[in-house]
Design a protein around this ligand. Structure first.
Ligand SMILES: Nc1ncnc2c1ncn2[C@@H]1O[C@H](COP(=O)(O)OP(=O)(O)OP(=O)(O)O)[C@@H](O)[C@H]1O
Length: 583
């Protein structure tokens, strides 16, 4: 991720931190696993005793019953603890997914500008699924196997330290080689997952513009670009597979080597009288008993590395800066703000934008924009493309914070006297391309005001010129509108978006280019509606059409990030961009 914020390096500790909330259950499950392996480790000892008793001619029936009970107990405890550990793993992933969803909904606006949605979604779905699989099987096996291995090694040292030392030397040697291999596996797996994220992002880009792709006959070009991502994933996974392939033979070698060494050294020790036959048999049973879990540990390691790589990508999303519902206390002021007389009375009623300065990256977009929008008035913002009109709306929606200057409503500062939530509850916004959501027409209309009363809903539908559409639709307001409102025309979508904003009765309504998709009849209807609306709330409209500009009470002309004129149409007409001036 190219995010500049601090990214934590993920370790098993990070994973452990996510078990908060299910630690008691986890501890109980671990104790059961421990008890289960204790019973497993007791078996060779009981076998040793049985051999000694049989050799001495004593009865072995009791010992055989004990052995059977220990077998059954071990199986039950292991099944129970495996289930509980698995459940705890699911719990961790559930918490991670919830945290990621919350995070993705609350990221700072600038973060969405920098990151690709497909990649963020892939991290929330693919990476958490990978981590879930690893946690559900591999981590559980790793924990159970580690307990068995530690106990078994302890028992081997207790039985015969020399033989145990020989076995350990072989195991540690193979472990050292394995550590190098595992590092490589983690690197390649992480790269493969990055490439999977890119593929998701590319797919999202192409599918969301599929009509453009088709009409430009770009399918083959896009397919080749997507194939590059799939080739990348293939390449990294093959490298990881090559390294993983080394793991199994190395384990085989270690296990077989240990067995041969134990048999050779053990027989020599039995021959010299330093070890009893029963002890050698018990020792061999331990080696045999440990071979599977130890091999399992090495086998699991690559999967654990993949899990850590997934957790790393998840953590990167969780480390991204989020928007907090806060009051800004750190608002910087320009020198100009302090020295010059205030151009617009900050304490004045209505909406006052004072000396706003803002940049997305290094280029300053707003260079000290100031104007006032009286309460219950209709103000149009005009100006050439790129002048900063939509940027002003973004600042009014508190999607970004200004670098300097202030926005006040009736003398109360948007940043220092309102939390983000409070401020937004006073604002309605209809963007240039107002996105409708999958769901019914009613779901879309009531999005900002789910409890709106039915008479008000019908009034707003009428005001927005949607009555005929509602009558025509098979299920009226309850008709689905398709993905992004695709079953409605551009003009209908625009009017639904306007009605949606109106329904919440905002104090300030921001409309970005509300007439771009409207025909002459609807444009006239909208002009009437705008005047009606401005009686209810303060209306601010980004206007390109002369008809909208002319019907406003006040026009603010923006150019190069500054207000170059403000007033009635006749006062500002000379400052309008060429296409309006000519009109
Ligand atoms: N998210 C962003 N990141 C970086 N630059 C941006 C971003 N959004 C807008 N800009 C730049 O800021 C400048 C002002 O954009 P803005 O959308 O405010 O202009 P506008 O006056 O609304 O133009 P138009 O009438 O064409 O919609 C443009 O040069 C644009 O390239």
């Amino acid at each position: 991720m190219d995010e500049t914020s601090k990214v934590s390096r993920v370790t098993f500790r990070t994973l452990l931190a996510w078990t908060r909330g299910s630690r008691r259950r986890l501890l109980f499950a671990l104790l059961c696993a421990l008890a289960g392996s204790g019973l497993g480790l007791a078996q060779p000892l009981i076998v040793n005793r049985t051999i000694e008793a049989a050799t001495a001619g004593r009865s072995v029936a009791g010992l055989l019953w004990l052995l059977a009970a220990v077998f059954a107990g071990q199986a039950a405890l292991q099944a129970w603890s495996t289930f509980r550990l698995d459940q705890a793993g699911e719990g961790v992933v559930q918490r991670l997914r919830r945290a990621m969803v919350d995070q993705l909904l609350c990221l700072r606006m600038a973060v969405y500008d920098r990151h690709r949605l497909g990649d963020l979604i892939s991290r929330t779905t693919t990476d958490t699924t990978l981590l879930r699989d690893v946690l559900a099987t591999d981590v559980v096996n790793a924990i159970v196997n580690s307990i068995v291995v530690v106990g078994g090694v302890g028992m081997m040292f207790w039985l015969d330290p020399i033989l145990a030392g020989v076995v350990m030397a072989v195991v540690i040697g193979s472990g050292a080689v394995m550590a190098l291999v595992l590092k490589g596996i983690r690197r390649e797996t992480q790269a493969a997952q990055e490439a999977t994220g890119s593929l998701a992002a590319e797919l999202e880009r192409v599918l969301s513009a599929i009509r453009t792709v088709r009409i430009n006959r770009a399918e083959a070009r896009e397919s080749a670009a997507l194939a590059r991502s799939t080739d990348d994933i293939y390449g990294h996974n093959v490298k990881a597979a090559r390294l993983t392939a080394v793991v199994s033979p190395a384990i085989e070698l270690a296990v077989q080597g240990s067995l041969i060494v134990v048999i050779v050294v053990g027989l020599a020790r039995v021959a010299s009288g330093d070890m009893a036959v029963g002890e050698l048999v018990a020792f061999l049973l331990y080696v045999n008993y440990l071979a599977v879990p130890m091999a399992g540990l090495f086998d699991i390691a690559p999967a654990l590395q993949a899990g850590l790589a997934a957790l790393q990508r998840i953590q990167e999303v969780l480390d991204l800066p989020v928007e907090t519902d806060r009051l800004r206390t750190d608002r910087p002021q320009t020198d100009q703000f302090r020295k010059e007389p205030v151009a617009v009375a900050v304490a004045a009623s209505g909406l006052v934008l004072h000396d706003l300065r803002f940049r997305y990256t290094d280029r300053e977009i707003l260079k000290g924009a100031s104007f006032r929008v009286p309460r219950h008035s209709f103000t149009a913002i005009a100006g050439p493309s790129g002048a900063g009109k939509s940027t002003i709306f973004s600042l009014l929606g508190r999607f970004y914070d200004p670098a300097a200057g202030s926005i006040t409503l009736d003398g109360r500062d948007a940043h220092t006297e309102h939390t983000t939530g409070e401020w937004r509850s006073r604002i309605g916004l209809v963007e240039q391309h107002s996105p409708l959501m999958y769901g019914t027409l009613r779901d879309n209309l009531t999005y900002a005001a789910p409890d709106a009363e039915e008479p008000w809903l019908h009034r707003v539908v009428e005001m927005a010129g949607l009555s005929a559409l509602v009558k025509r639709l098979p299920d009226g307001l309850d008709t689905p509108v398709g993905e992004h409102g695709s079953s409605l025309s551009g003009g209908e979508q625009q009017r639904v978006a306007i009605a949606r904003a109106l329904l919440a009765r905002p104090e300030i309504l921001l409309l970005d280019e509300p007439t771009s998709h409207l025909d002459a009849a609807h444009e006239q209807l909208l002009a009437q509606t705008l005047h009606l609306i401005s009686k209810e709330c303060t209306l601010l409209v980004i206007a390109h059409r002369l008809s909208t500009i002319r019907s406003a009470d006040q026009v603010v002309v923006l150019d190069g990030g500054r207000v170059v004129a403000a007033g009635g149409y006749d006062e500002i007409r000379d400052h309008l961009p060429a296409q309006h001036a000519a009109a």
